[in-house]
Design a protein around this ligand. Structure first.
Ligand code: F6P
Length: 371
């Protein structure tokens, strides 16, 4: 008999986490008469003396538009460190956490996270704690769902940044480069590049040539536009190049991508003789209030997760498919990363309207004069 659900938020935060928490609590308490306990700071709250607190409908009042997570989160922390350091038996760490769940009277878990967090969550399920996952990440890189919450808000923020860069780029006749997040997937760069009218889009899935970026800048000059806008995903790399990292990470810290935008600015400045500036959008993409779509999706995911649990499902993740929520096995959810397919319709559309991906064969596209 299921009486108490534990709620965990893990990995990097994303707009909409609090909206999911609110929906889970309202549905679990109001619809099914369950108790909800929030675990603090991801799985960290289950190590040593547990850190957790009951969540009632009163506790989630006003949460819908609030950014971040009231439970706190970690994308590494002691739990993962101890798992990976080899100094502790993984089994012992999980046993300690499971024992703490029992002490807290928690019968099942709803875990909000991306690939890494859901991988850890699936181990709890294997150990006998029923788990329902909820897909979260601004990167939108989980293959088992059409959309993760957080992505649409990050897209709005990147698009607004590109709009703002347009006016200053045009005033100064500059090349402005916006570096956006996304890890090894180019979704934020591709979507915001199109919605923000970028001239060049650089994504991890399509290695680029610096020379071809310069060609695009010259082509625009030839048509009377003295400025250009480039959006680059943090994981993008040159043909035969490597990803740029600002921190390679260690036992305690995850590797952090970053630096490609500045590199592009330097090289494009050198190749074109124009002033080039880089803006790294960074955590602005993750902070603050979720947009309307993410509030709706997060709410739908949260309620659907509780319903799935009450139907007796376990070891699954709620996922968006053709505007409806369904469930997919957690194993499937963590097995495959979703990256931008080279033959994606959106890439074709971008090329059709004259956007360059700066590939060595870029001249094959958009051959006709469009000045
Ligand atoms: O996965 C979400 C994400 O925001 C990535 O886009 C980015 O590479 C990473 O997290 C940054 O993580 P941190 O919070 O460690 O800076």
């Amino acid at each position: 008999m299921l009486r108490t659900i534990g709620l965990i938020t893990g990995g990097g935060d994303a707009p909409g986490l609090n909206a999911v928490i609110r929906a889970v609590v309202k549905t679990a308490v109001g619809e099914y008469g369950l108790r909800v306990v929030g675990i603090e700071d991801s799985f960290e709250g289950l190590i040593g003396e547990p850190r957790a607190r009951p969540l009632t409908p009163a506790d989630v009042r006003g949460l819908l538009p609030r950014g971040g997570t009231i439970l706190g989160t970690r994308n590494r922390g002691r739990f993962v460190e101890r798992l990976e350091s080899g100094a502790h038996q993984p089994k012992a760490i999980y046993n300690e956490a499971v024992e703490n769940l029992r002490r807290l009277g928690i019968d099942a878990l709803i875990v909000l996270g991306g690939e890494g967090t859901l991988t850890t969550a699936s181990e709890f399920d294997r150990l006998g704690i029923p788990v329902i996952g909820v897909p979260k990440t601004i990167d939108n890189d989980l293959a088992a769902t059409e959309m993760t919450f957080g992505f649409m808000t990050a897209l709005d923020i990147s698009t607004e940044a590109l709009d703002r860069l347009h006016t200053t780029a045009e005033s100064h006749d500059r090349v402005m480069i916006l570096e956006v997040m996304g890890r090894h997937a180019g979704w934020i760069a591709l979507h915001s590049g199109i919605s923000g009218g970028a001239d060049v889009i650089l994504i991890p899935e399509i290695p680029f040539s610096m020379r071809k970026i310069a060609d695009k800048v010259f082509e625009r000059e030839g048509c009377g536009s003295q400025f250009s806008i480039i959006v680059v995903a943090e994981g993008a790399k040159e043909v035969e190049g490597v990803e740029h990292y600002q921190d390679m990470g260690d036992d305690e810290r995850a590797p952090r991508l970053g630096g490609i935008g500045q590199h592009v600015a330097q090289e494009v400045g050198r190749l074109t003789g124009k002033e080039a500036r880089c803006v790294v959008l960074g955590h602005l993409q993750r902070g603050g209030s979720p947009n309307a779509f993410d509030r709706m999706l997060a709410t739908n995911f949260g309620s659907a997760a509780v319903r799935a649990m009450m139907r007796g499902q376990r070891g699954v993740m709620v996922a968006l498919h053709a505007a409806n929520i369904r469930t997919v096995p957690l194993a499937e959810a963590i097995a495959k990363r979703k990256t931008v397919p080279a033959d994606s319709q959106l890439i074709r559309t971008a090329r059709d309207i004259g956007v360059s991906f700066a590939t060595p064969d870029e001249d094959e596209y958009h051959k006709h004069e469009t000045c």
